[in-house]
Design a binder for this molecule. Structure first.
Ligand code: CTP
Ligand code: MG
Length: 228
């Protein structure tokens, strides 16, 4: 079963506020994007890796991974979902795994777990159960109530679907003017019930400054404990 990876990496990292987009910041001796792409290029389950880059990206060609023959460049779009669509157009695989460039702490174990679970169903995504008590607040920041945390999950990536089904779902969402922030949302709008696959909570998305130090700590823990 052929699986391609699509890695949206065309964001500007507004919340990080660094001079260089966050996917090109250094993390334990390599750039974040180099690390993320290595996870997929090192997996025997993945055929090709499609990376979506902002037009005129001056950084990518200097990454060692840019010369890998299994890597394909796709143009990025205005929103994450536009970048993902451009990436999907470059694939011919039956299945695709979409994964944020900004999540370099994904383990090979979770990648494999998702592949095994999603393929036996109609697709799925890595999720982590919510741990804290959940509150809903109004714009005035006054608490309106407590939300039952039972059955609530953080949606992580990768998210894996049949390529043609995901392509159709994302195009339908776009034509309805809906900006979906993950692939599962598009599939849900199309009437599907993606499978939530419990993954590691340390598969964090690097968003703001402190996250880089946290990611370094997580990777060091993986290394020390032999987690791959
Ligand atoms: N992304 C993309 N194309 C866009 C916007 C985002 O390919 N037009 C990618 C980012 O590069 C990132 C992933 O989608 O790997 C998740 O997005 P996010 O974490 O929001 O990254 P940014 O949009 O770059 O950050 P910010 O929202 O703070 O600007
Ligand atoms: Mg963003």
């Amino acid at each position: 079963m052929a699986i391609d990876a699509v890695i949206p990496a065309a964001g500007i990292g507004r919340r990080m506020g660094s001079a260089v987009p966050k996917q090109y910041l250094q993390l334990a001796g390599k750039t974040v994007l180099q690390r993320t792409l290595e996870i997929f290029l090192n997996s025997p389950l993945i055929s090709r890796v499609i990376v979506c880059l902002k037009e005129g990206d001056p950084y990518f060609d200097s990454l060692p991974v840019s010369r890998d023959p299994r890597l394909i460049r796709a143009p990025g779009g205005a929103e994450r979902c536009d970048s993902v669509l451009a990436g999907l157009w470059c694939s011919e695989a039956e299945w695709v795994m979409v994964h944020d460039a900004a999540r370099p702490c994904l383990t090979g174990g979770d990648l494999r777990l998702l592949a095994e679970e999603a393929i036996s169903r109609d697709g799925g995504l890595l999720c982590a159960p919510v741990r804290d008590t959940m509150k809903r607040a109004g714009e005035d920041m006054l608490i309106q109530g407590t939300v039952d945390r039972n059955g609530l999950y953080h949606a992580l990536t990768p998210q894996m679907f049949r390529r043609t089904e995901l392509l159709q779902a994302l195009e339908d969402a776009a034509s309805r003017g809906l900006k979906v922030t993950d692939e599962s949302s598009a599939m849900e709008l199309a009437g599907c019930r993606p499978l939530a696959v419990a993954g590691r909570a340390d598969n964090i998305k690097i968003t703001s400054q402190g996250d880089l130090e946290l990611a370094e700590f997580i990777l060091e823990g993986h290394r020390r404990n032999g987690i791959v």
